[in-house]
Design a protein around this ligand. Structure first.
Ligand code: CA
Length: 336
């Protein structure tokens, strides 16, 4: 099966620096690694963090024989992501000006007709198959936790003040064990797309699908970056597109569908407890620029508590108004 890897990164329209990094490497005809990392943390810190992540992911490949990775790609992904986390932490400890840096990572190993995906943070992986786009990672953000817990609707998540706050990232917190998506058994014409939030925050899923299914894989990445810039280019934009075989004849007539259940024929090594709830901007015009930042675990719980307590305020304010009314009526009203 022929395949191609196409990638593009762009500073966007609003940032002074591109703090995204990406890496792709073909180890054999049927064996590839794809990585996207989105750095954050002060001037220059973000780009140091994200490039440390991609370079560590690559160097970890060289530490063990390719045959070993073929046997256990998930073991490699986990070890490499943990090594990347350690590298970012080490550099942040040693250089004061880089102490706040961190990075997301989304990485995929494709071996033969299987794709393994792991991630930390809000950089995403999508599977595009036969006119259907499906997000296969779930963002590690405060708002996604609130959506999952039922405190915030997916529609409101877009406007939530914490929509840019990560609950997990490399270099900022305790061991962020990577989360694995379901293993994908690839079919001819499938595309795996990795991206930073500079793409997924600017374009609707169906807009991404429209381009990927209707353009050659080679053209699609540039077109997607162009569209994200046209929509405002609020953040750095990075896309890596893995094309498994050519799009079959008739691809243009596929109806586009967003977010249907993951294909059941996929192998499931690490089962996912519940279906993911992708959230995105309701409309592109309403998209807001959120600086990505991280929150400690304690802060996250505190924030979740605040969300839980939010309903109490109208009641407390109502009680206060009634109390003041009674006070005035009793002391002022009866005194006159
Ligand atoms: Ca970003």
């Amino acid at each position: 099966m022929t395949h191609g890897i196409h990638s593009q990164t762009d500073i966007g329209k609003m940032r002074e620096e591109n703090q995204d990094s990406m890496a792709t490497r073909v180890l054999a005809d049927d064996f590839s690694l794809l990585v996207v990392a989105d750095g954050m943390g002060g001037y220059a810190g973000g780009s140091v963090a994200s490039s440390l992540v991609t370079s560590t992911m690559l160097s970890e490949l060289d530490r063990v024989a390719v045959e070993v990775f073929r046997e256990s790609p998930q073991l490699y992904l986990r070890a490499a992501i943990l090594a990347a986390n350690a590298a970012v932490n080490r550099e942040a400890r040693e250089k004061h000006e880089l102490r706040d840096m961190g990075s997301t990572v989304v990485a995929s190993v494709v071996i033969g007709d299987h794709a393994y995906v792991a991630h930390v943070g809000d950089s995403r992986a999508y599977l595009l198959r036969e006119g259907v786009i499906r997000q296969i990672t779930e963002d590690h953000t405060v708002v996604q936790d609130l959506v999952r817990a039922g405190y915030v609707s997916p529609e409101d998540a877009v406007y939530h003040p914490s929509s840019g706050i990560l609950t997990r990232c490399l270099g900022q917190m305790d061991m962020p064990d990577p989360v694995f998506a379901e293993v994908i058994q690839l079919l001819p014409g499938d595309r795996i797309l990795l991206c930073s939030d500079g793409l997924s925050g600017m374009l609707e899923d169906d807009e991404i699908a429209e381009v990927v299914f209707h353009e050659t894989a080679g053209d699609a990445t540039a077109i997607l970056v162009g569209m994200a810039n046209e929509a405002g280019g609020f953040d750095n934009i990075t896309v890596v597109l893995f094309a498994y075989g050519d799009l079959p004849e008739g691809a243009r007539s596929w109806p586009l569908v967003v977010g249907t259940p993951l294909y059941r024929e996929s192998l499931s090594i690490q089962p996912i407890d519940e279906p993911t709830t992708p959230f995105k901007f309701a409309t592109r015009d309403k998209a807001k620029l959120h600086d990505t930042m991280t929150l400690s675990t304690a802060g996250r719980e505190e924030r979740a508590d605040q969300e839980r307590m939010a309903w109490l305020w109208p009641i407390l304010i109502g009680l206060a108004i009634i109390s003041i009314g009674l006070f005035v009526w009793y002391f002022v009203g009866t005194g006159s």
